[in-house]
Design a protein around this ligand. Structure first.
Ligand code: NAD
Ligand code: UGA
Length: 361
């Protein structure tokens, strides 16, 4: 197939671009940056278009028209940005993505749209007057694509503009499916982790995701900070598992993914952020430590101090993957410790420390 991979130079995108090329597809990537796909830029079946899709000179139409399948990964995807530039988050993650979706509707092209597990928001256990017999029962935190309610915070907690923009986009795709027969598949990733996830925070301006903050602290012997005590939990999913699931969606056997939403995440890998910090510190001490650099302390900091006013958080989110398991035969296999070892090894041994500074946001 000719596949248009928008955002194919990012974390998920670069791994997916590699897989698509390995499977024999022709791939056109549109992205701001080349650094994560540097090693296959001269691949004969890859066309890399270095481009800001917001530019008035850029027109998505011819790219969509030429593609058999469109995959859209472009978004601001780091929580620090939802606090700093919420309007830009809405513009890129909803308005610009909508233009891509509407081009797909117009040209009758199938679209795989990356959304987020953040659309589920928080668990019912966090509601002020919740009276749950057992608030710790995972059933209250297990989200399924077509059944779960969404619980987002108030407007002044503007972290949720990201989840809200993604949710609105999902609703518009659904509506185009109903009214125009549009063929889309929505992916809701649950905290993917792996090589190339983000930049190291001390080397580049910006706010990466938690793995990179912790990795940076380990390499430089600075403090590992737990936002609001680190009791919030995530289900980490290794990028290789994620790409297996995504590729099954690309293949779409018998049209099983048509107008469907899929959680992609590992329900077996739930871990609190405190446990994540402790496990990373333990692995680092065992396998990677430079004896000249002290192991970091782990301290708690208030969310609004760390990220700024308007911060809020998902407390817990576990994917129900029955649908991916049943329709795609997908099952994540990487446990947390092994994925952390593999990802940490990349940042210790392979991460290009003299990376060009490429900051657009
Ligand atoms: P990422 O930031 O690495 O990838 C996004 C890519 O989009 C980047 O390469 C970036 O350069 C590109 N991009 C941003 N603005 C652009 C613009 N104006 N023009 C052209 N390209 C632009 O993030 P990721 O982790 O790979 O996430 C990919 C998608 O998956 C996003 O939609 C994100 O919201 C979603 N998602 C990811 C995760 C995860 O676990 N990584 C979880 C939930 C949702
Ligand atoms: C992020 C983004 O919202 C989305 O890209 C995506 O939906 C999601 O990741 C995902 O990867 O699935 P979040 O899980 O909050 O959401 O991302 P992180 O920035 O990695 O934060 C995870 C947790 O660690 C948060 O509770 C945060 O407060 C905490 N944190 C972060 C720390 O305790 N210390 C830090 O130094 C950084």
């Amino acid at each position: 197939m000719n596949i248009l991979n928008l955002g194919g130079g990012g974390f998920i995108g670069s791994h997916l671009t590699k897989r698509l090329l390995d499977e024999g597809h022709s791939v056109t990537v549109v992205d701001l940056w080349t650094d994560k796909v540097e090693e296959f830029l001269d691949h004969p079946r890859l066309t890399f278009v270095q481009q800001d899709i917001r530019s008035p000179q850029f027109h998505i139409d011819p790219f969509v028209e030429a593609a058999d399948l469109v995959i859209d990964l472009i978004a601001y995807a780091n929580p620090g940005l939802y606090l700093r530039i919420p309007i830009e988050v809405f513009r890129l993650n909803f308005q610009e993505n909508l233009k891509i979706a509407e081009a797909c509707v117009h040209h009758k092209k199938r679209l795989i749209q990356f959304s987020t597990c953040e659309v589920y928001g928080r668990t019912a256990a966090t509601l002020k007057h919740a009276r749950l017999a057992d608030p710790e029962d995972p059933i209250h935190a297990t989200f399924s694509e077509d059944e779960s309610e969404f619980i987002l915070g108030p407007v002044n907690r503007h972290r949720w503009i990201y989840a809200c923009s993604k949710q609105l986009l999902e609703r518009v795709l659904h509506a185009y499916g109903l009214e125009a027969g549009f063929n889309y598949t929505i992916v809701r990733p649950f905290n993917f982790i792996g090589p190339k996830i983000d930049f190291l925070q001390s080397e580049q301006e910006g706010i990466p995701r938690v793995f990179s903050f912790f990795m940076d602290a380990l390499i430089n012997g600075t403090t590992m900070k737990l936002v609001d005590g680190g009791e919030q939990r995530r289900c980490y999913t290794y990028i290789d598992d994620a790409i297996e699931g995504t590729y099954a969606i690309v293949e779409n056997p018998g049209g099983v993914c048509d107008r469907q939403i899929f959680n992609l995440g590992s329900p077996y890998n739930e871990i609190s952020i405190r446990q994540l910090a402790e496990t990373m510190r333990e692995i680092y001490a065992e396998q990677f430590r430079d004896p000249a650099i002290p192991l970091p302390n782990i301290v708690s900091v208030p969310g609004e101090t760390f990220y700024g006013k308007g911060y809020d958080d998902s407390n817990r989110r576990i994917p129900d993957i029955t649908k991916a398991r049943t329709l795609l035969g997908w099952e994540p296999v990487w446990p947390v410790r092994k994925m952390l070892e593999a990802t940490m090894s990349y940042y210790v041994h392979e991460y290009p420390r003299t990376k060009p500074v490429a900051v657009a946001y």
